[in-house]
Design a protein around this ligand. Sequence first.
Ligand code: NAP
Ligand code: MG
Length: 492
Amino acid sequence: MAKNKQQKAKASKKKTWDLSPAPESTSHVQLKKKYELYIDGKWVKPTSGKYFPSINPGNEEKIADVAHADAKDVDKAVKAARKAYDNVWSKMSGKERGKYLFRIARMIQERAREFAVIESMDGGKPIRESRDVDVPLAANHFFYYAGWADKLEFAFPNRKVEALGVAGQIIPWNFPLLMAAWKIAPALATGNTIVIKPAETTSLTALKLAELIHEAGVPPGVVNVVTGFGDTGAEIVNHPDVNKVAFTGSTNVGKLIQNAIAGTKKKSTLELGGKSANIIFEDAPIDQAVEGIVNGIFFNQGHVCCAGSRLFVQEGVADQVIKKLKNRLDHLYIGDPLDKNTDVGAINSKEQLDTIRKYIEIGKNEGNDIYESSCNMPSKGYFCKPTLVLNVAQSSKLVQEEIFGPVLTVQTFRTVDEVIQKANNTPYGLAAGVWTDKGSKIFNLTGKLRAGVIWANTYNRFDPVSPFGGYKESGFGREGGLHGLEAYVKLA
Ligand code: NAP
Ligand code: MG
């Protein structure tokens, strides 16, 4: 009898929540079968003649072949950037540079749908995210820095402002277009030229951006895009004629880069990993907080450097929050990244999926209480069920290490001091979230949490005006806002 009831409840839940597929059209998307390197305003073949496939993690199919740049190609790109810096870009007025940036921003807006679809195809994130977050924010970054280009003397009053020269920029796979915008816009606004490398698994939107920059009439050599993996990034870092290294990626690679440039005159900013705390107090608006927790870690498969991957719930509301969270997890839509209903898309690569699974296995072996969403799973593609790790110890690997997947550890706390101490007890310090009815509690915590960004009663909100960056092993330097300009200039 009880079993019958359960089956009925399951059937009715399915009925309420089953939505018809609503895939975004791909008919307007223009993709080449093969992408070359964008150097000195031209598409050039890689010296090695080698290409690698870019895969759609939502269906495991190849989208295009992408050129693999080696040391010779990187050298060509740096030389082109140096020539463009010396002859054109450093001599151009800020007002003129700004015009190019405004043009790029407007063209991204015009092609927003195409960029969003390619981002979701190549990287696996739900179209809702790429359409509503990544692409509009990328355009906004160009608009914002376009506005600064002719006002640098107001950004740094009474100082002489000079560009650094050639910037080598290396970006990760979780926000391919947005990270390219974060890097390119302030560098160009301040008069630098660029050699940029996207991540192996997500080169396509950076290459589309190169097409757009070309159409915008940006002079040859000002922006060069070299794709690749393995040594390609290291060749940029080690090139003697690069003046600034801007890196976003893992803490391990960040450390390698710091070692590589030690003792040189190269300037650097490193935006690295995170293990951010999302803290829910008893007086928080619980339903909003639960939605904020889900948004903070699950909507982007946990592929967010500042994901709220450690949940701290005050004891009095822990049972309530966990119950609501489990219910919400069971009703998430996981599947085709191009479907407008999808909440949780594909994991970016098979490699990353294996890493996440390894952590879940460690969690099980540690004896933690693991709760996996009961949502339907697609039969093809790299997908991972949203997962909660309950009753987990502060010392667990799952609490201490960045998993970069839809896995949320859940711990409880009693007092403010206790949660501050636990939240700060990781090697990272990128972001945090606080949910409470009391402004005084928020201000108390913001002063004591060692995190670069703290959100109050919301999570994962970004604005080009607001600087972003970390403490401790989350890196140094800030991107965004006025601070983001400073990273690309010499001040006298
Ligand atoms: P990753 O493995 O460190 O790779 C990042 C980039 O560095 C890729 O383009 C990579 O190329 C390149 N690279 C690899 N080895 C290199 C070397 N020795 N020298 C120079 N470049 C090298 O990171 P990921 O897995 O792509 O991205 C995820 C990480 O990024 C997470 O830790 C996340 O927290 C972090 N992240 C931080 C922020 C932030 O603002 N703090 C923002 C987004 C992401 P290949 O891919 O071709 O190997
Ligand atoms: Mg891909």
